[in-house]
Design a protein around this ligand. Structure first.
Ligand SMILES: [Zn+2]
Length: 218
């Protein structure tokens, strides 16, 4: 038996397979991360092809097979057209997709993550954002994603020397924490944050929450 499903989805990755097929990776509202094959999708100008461009937000229909899912329909809800014409914004979309796919391995429904992803993409699309603010948005997205996935992120102390972070620091997504300016040269990867208190709130359990007002004010 094959089951038909319909759900809202954001296309995070697509790969060509064989002559005419594509394998899509979606983050969906009702199923979390899924992959589905679009058969013969590269031939001609099919509706399916037009509505399944990378990073599109679409309502999709797929058949759940025993081993693979097959994409059967897609209705475009947003193509994020403005972002696709802006290199800095587009590269943020790539980073968001990469971060999401690297942390989420299994298929599991999580509407909080779906909403976070969709709202972040919509915000990038609609707002005028400097390069610096785009970096902070990625940082904020990553922190919130990790928080929803249950990681405890410590922002009170430097990951390396364990000294208290007063204001300035660097967010290191690989280490899932922050590094002080003194230790940063030892491993100079990360995003500069001028004041940790503007970006994060610390709750009594000492794990972090991004301050909503700060995100909204970017
Ligand atoms: Zn340090």
């Amino acid at each position: 038996m094959f089951t038909h499903h319909r759900t809202q989805a954001i296309i995070l990755d697509d790969k060509q397979v064989g002559e005419a097929d594509r394998i899509f990776t979606f983050y969906t509202k009702d199923f979390g991360k899924i992959t589905a094959t679009g058969r013969s999708i590269r031939k001609g100008k099919s509706k399916l092809k037009m509505n399944t461009q990378l990073f599109s937000f679409s309502e999709i229909e797929f058949i759940q097979g025993r081993k693979n899912n097959t994409l059967t329909d897609a209705v475009l809800l947003s193509s994020f057209r403005k972002t696709k014409n802006n290199l800095a914004k587009l590269s943020l979309f790539y980073r968001i997709a990469e971060t999401t796919l690297s942390f989420i391995k299994e298929q599991e429904k999580d509407e909080k993550i779906f909403n976070l992803l969709l709202e972040t993409l919509q915000e990038v699309e609609e707002k005028n954002l400097s390069k610096e603010k785009l970096k902070i948005m990625w940082c904020a997205y990553t922190f919130r994603l990790l928080y929803f996935l249950g990681y405890k992120l410590y922002t009170k102390e430097c990951m390396i020397c364990e000294e208290k972070i007063e204001a300035e620091c660097y967010f290191n997504p690989e280490g899932k924490g922050v590094v002080c300016p003194k230790c940063y040269p030892k491993n100079p990867t990360g995003i500069y944050i001028d004041d940790i208190k503007k970006v994060f709130l610390t709750n009594p359990n000492r794990c972090i929450k991004i301050t909503k007002s700060y995100i909204n004010n970017i």
